[in-house]
Design a protein around this ligand. Structure first.
Ligand SMILES: [Fe+2]
Ligand SMILES: [Fe+2]
Length: 141
């Protein structure tokens, strides 16, 4: 059983964005599995870095996609992403500098962030995406 399991209710109706969200789940699950196996000892933990890097990549990629379809709530969505990334970076730094080693608290916090964001914020662009999607959007990086 994964720490965060994908299901169709998370879909935003775009295969590429769904793939990115699934990869985000996978990074979180990898970190959880490493924590469960007791493999986390190095504060410079690569797996946590990868999660942060991929989160930032996804936010930028999603914003780029929404910009191309003139999403009316783009500025608000960008701000929510920026706030989330800032809080994520602060927590990453707290772990990297040894201020905390509470990985379970981090994992649980981030799982809640992902679920809330997908269910409340990303869901808001579904209808806009469905009616404004153009073929080349399928090839977002
Ligand atoms: Fe988003
Ligand atoms: Fe997203």
């Amino acid at each position: 059983m994964n720490f965060l399991e994908w299901n169709q209710s998370f879909s935003v109706g775009d295969p590429k964005l769904d793939d990115q969200h699934r990869r985000l789940f996978a990074y979180l699950n990898d970190l959880h599995a490493a924590w469960q196996d007791g493999q986390i000892s190095d504060p410079q933990l690569e797996i946590l870095d990868n999660l942060v890097i991929y989160t930032r990549y996804h936010c930028a990629s999603e914003e780029n996609c929404l910009k191309r379809i003139d999403y009316n709530l783009l500025a608000e969505h960008q701000q929510i992403h920026a706030d989330l990334v800032a809080r994520l970076l602060a927590r990453q730094k707290a772990i990297a500098t040894g201020r905390t080693a509470d990985y379970l608290e981090f994992l649980t916090w981030f799982r809640t962030q992902i679920v809330d964001h997908l269910k409340h914020e990303d869901q808001k662009y579904i209808s806009h995406l469905a009616t404004h999607r153009v073929p080349e959007l399928v090839s977002i990086p």
